[in-house]
Design a protein around this ligand. Structure first.
Ligand code: TRP
Length: 362
């Protein structure tokens, strides 16, 4: 059986560089590798609603933003199905059955959900839907019988939970579901890109993001004001590269060709780092280099976005087609699931025959 990808994002804002290196860039590579039989990329609007129930308009607006981001990064709708989660109601049904296979105590242990609850300051008022979203995510993944989930490391607990549900389901009802694996970025700077302020994570609520759709002027402004080493005051001072996010970004984005093109006095990032640590290399020079690297990467993405923005109807067509394909696939899995759980009452002619014989014989 061929390999299948399922992955996705919540449409709560435009996508940023953290999404790009954490998953998007890899998705495009995987898509073009030819190694996957089917690829599903989901805009998780129902999951976004679990903590935005009072603001469906925001979710609605961002569905198109995320779709534009996907397309402009090189997700090719002839190779990957982009779809909207809530347009595949089979996912909700599947989650409803999975809820019986997971305990409240198990949900409580999920580290990603735990930290999100703190970040959102839910206190005791956690929406049930939010609390249970790892179960819904398990149904997203398994409904497509996905083998592979390319995602950032914050999604690891979700895939782990999914695997547990698969085991439990298959051991009770028979071998129907496929066990997925997460595919993390190999470069450690890419697993969790810090914000431009040096905080642990690039996040819209912290206001420390560089968006894929930022203009060249915005990009320059953000890079030039990035957090570096606060003790590196004069150029001659030795600088620290640990926790210095300009260098973390260079770890994530730069390669030797960039040096040849934009900063030929150095042949590699290691050389640049060594000079910074010795002293004698100013932040501005490093930031200008980072800007050049990012600008070269983002310019074609920006251009493609502009083209798609001129054809929003076309983008909706792409989403509609993606939803149709996704729905057919999920429906097939649901048929298998209902049969395994013996809740396919109208299809089970043997059950109907046995029962009618029994009642006739009474
Ligand atoms: N939780 C993901 C996010 O925060 C979105 C998502 C929903 C997802 N379902 C998924 C990711 C299934 C991977 C697989 O963006």
């Amino acid at each position: 059986m061929g390999k299948v990808i399922l992955t996705g994002d919540r449409p709560t804002g435009k996508l940023h560089l953290g999404h790009y290196v954490g998953s998007l860039r890899q998705r495009v590579e995987l898509q073009n590798s030819g190694l996957f039989e089917k690829i599903f990329i989901m805009i998780a609007d129902a999951q976004a609603l679990t903590d935005n129930a009072d603001n469906p308009e925001k979710v609605r607006q961002n569905i198109i933003e995320v779709a534009l981001d996907y397309l402009s990064c090189g997700i090719d709708p002839t190779k990957s199905n982009i779809f909207i989660q809530s347009m595949v109601p089979e996912l909700t049904e599947l989650a409803f059955y999975y809820m019986n296979l997971v305990t409240v105590a198990r949900l409580e242990r999920n580290p990603t959900v735990k930290s999100e609850i703190v970040m959102r300051e839910f206190g005791k008022s956690i929406p049930v839907g939010f609390y249970t979203y790892p179960i819904s995510q398990a149904s997203d993944i398994t409904a497509f019988r996905a083998t592979t989930v390319p995602a950032g490391d914050d999604q690891e607990p979700m895939v782990e939970q999914t695997r547990e549900i698969v085991h439990k389901f298959n051991s009770i009802y028979g071998p129907v579901l496929v066990e997925p694996e997460i595919l993390l970025p190999t470069n450690s700077a890419c697993k969790r890109l810090p914000g431009t302020d040096g905080k642990a994570k690039m996040s819209k609520s912290l206001g420390n993001c560089i968006y894929l759709s930022d203009s060249s002027a915005d990009l320059r402004k953000k890079v030039m004001s990035m957090y570096t080493d606060p003790n590196h005051i004069r150029i001659e001072d030795p600088g620290c590269i640990e926790g210095n996010c300009v260098f973390t970004y260079l770890d994530a984005f730069s390669c030797c060709e960039h040096f040849a093109e934009f900063l030929p006095e150095y042949s590699s990032l290691d050389e640049l780092k060594a000079h910074y640590q010795r002293g004698g290399l100013g932040d501005v020079k490093v930031k200008k280099f980072l800007y050049a690297v990012l600008e070269q990467m983002l310019e074609p993405i920006r251009q493609r976005r502009k083209e798609y923005e001129q054809d929003i109807e076309g983008v909706y067509e792409i989403l509609k087609k993606g939803c149709d394909v996704a729905r057919a696939e999920a429906a097939e899995t649901l048929n298998l699931v209902r049969r395994a759980m013996k809740i396919n009452y109208f299809e089970d002619s043997e059950l109907i025959r046995q029962q009618s014989e029994m009642y006739r014989a009474k």
